[in-house]
Every structure is written in C-alpha cells, then in structure tokens.
Design a protein around this ligand. Sequence first.
Ligand code: ATP
Ligand code: ZN
Length: 287
Amino acid sequence: MQSQTLKIAIQKSGRLSDSSKNLLKECGIKINNGKNQLVALARNFPLEILYLRDDDIPQYVADGTADLGIIGKNVFDEKNQFVVIAKALGFSKCRLSLAVPKSDNYEGLNFFEGKKIATSYPVILSNFLQKNNIQSEIHEISGSVEIAPNIGLADAVCDIVSSGSTLLSNGLKEVEVIMKSEAVLIKNPNLNGEKAKIFSQLMFRIDAVQRAQQCKYILLNAPNKSIKEIAAILPGAKSPTILPLAMEGWSSLHSVVQEEQFWEVIDELKQKGAEGILVIPIEKMIL
Ligand code: ATP
Ligand code: ZN
C-alpha cells in the first residue's frame, strides 16, 4: 500500500475539463466520481483529483494544496505563481489577442495609445504594452470581454481567440496575437520522496499516451521488388515487419509512423505500388 497520494487540480467545468479528465483516463486512471464532488480519489493509482476554477489552480499548486494542475498557458503566465511547467499537453490550443471594432482603421500598435482595453488578462496585457512602449488604460473584467466595445465600456479587447467566430459575431477583428496557448501540466517545484516517485510514474504514462497520439500503426501490401524502397520512404519505419503474402511476389509491411509525416509520403507510396494501406490508431506506446 502506498501511503501518499499525489493531488492534481483540474478545472471543474469549462473548456479544459473534458480533455483533462480524458488524459487521466487514457493514462489508465479510474476515478470514482460522484455528482458535484469537489474531490475524488482514483481507484487504481495514488492520485486525488481536486475540481477547481482554473484561475485558482496556480495558487493552490504554489502553496502545496495541490501538487499538480492542468491549466492554460495563458493562466500560467497571468498568475505568475511559483510553479513549473512539467509538460505541454497539446489540447485547448488558443491565442491571446488584441481585437478592435471591425470598422476601425488599424495600422499598428500605436492604435492602442491612450485607448481603453478590456481584458481578463491585465498582467500579460500590461507587460506586452510596456514592452512595446504603449500607454493604454486597462479595464479588467472577468467574463464576456468581447461585448465591452459594443456597450461603450472599452475601445478594444484583449481576449482568448480560437476560431475567431466570437469576435466576428461581436463586430470585432483580431489585429495582434500576444501569445499562443495550450493546456499545460504544472507542478509544485518542491515535490520529493514518495510524491516525486508517483509523479514520475504519472509522467511515464502521459509520455506513452502522447507518443501514441502522434503515431499510427501502418500496414500495407507491396510487390517484393519495391518493399525496400517503401520502407526507406516511410519516416520512422526503422525496422518494419515484412511478411510474405499468399500471393506470389507480394509482401505485407507493418510499421509505426508519425501520422503527419505519413500524409506527406502517401502519394509516393502508391506510386511505388503500395496497396491496401491501413492506418490504425495506437493506444499506448512504450519505448
Ligand atoms: P472558469 O469559470 O473556470 O474560470 P474560464 O472562463 O476561465 O472558466 P474557459 O473558457 O473554460 O475558462 O477556458 C479555460 C481555458 O481554456 C482558457 O484559459 C484557455 O487556455 C482555454 N480556452 C479558452 N477558450 C478556448 C477556445 N475557444 N478554444 C480552445 N481553448 C480555449
Ligand atoms: Zn477561468
């Protein structure tokens, strides 16, 4: 029996919640979830899950109430707490941008000189303005920032953007990207002993899940004469498995490839005679 448990804080409800829970699930961690529960214990891993507002998570991890947390990089930068980023998680990708009314003539950052900007990210925004030598008035609001110009509360906004459709429907246009963001796993810098051990077990699992997400298992049939060439153009296929097919002169090739790179060579594979190409997801990948 392990006596210690590691505590991870995730967003209770919002854009990070589902993906955060899903990551733990893919790591094989089963959670006993009651409705509206604020704390839950994993059934098969020494982990306790705290469901919190994302804005509060950096503080809780810094003071040791939680050992780990999952937040957007934007919140990490804004809160500036004494925590470290253990891993970028690749989901909830977005950017923090400046946007102005569509009809305004925007020619550069000087536009913001003397203007009022509404935002939930006053720290990141003021650092950005200072770096660029622009004096603006920052108006901090906690939600629905994008309506501020319409109701006369501000001249511009600094807000999270992903597709840009929210801005558009509020008559705004994105004019500057201040930072790019994605979900990150943060960690208290002083984990030690048993907790550090559990943390490295968790990181091992997250690594395996992430590696698997980037790779696919590929099977294809090819004439024997081109199988060597095909193996050579399949990136990452260091030592493919090659099995003879019942059909004379043909073989089946099995390998693991990076999905992105696979799409780049698909035409070349077909030209070299590859047929019946199957691309299959991998659940876990341990090197
Ligand atoms: P809370 O009430 O928990 O404070 P919130 O409004 O701060 O909620 P969400 O809107 O759920 O938070 O966003 C949480 C995080 O998800 C953001 O800090 C950002 O990193 C990311 N995010 C926000 N909007 C998007 C989006 N449209 N697409 C992708 N990621 C986003
Ligand atoms: Zn929040």
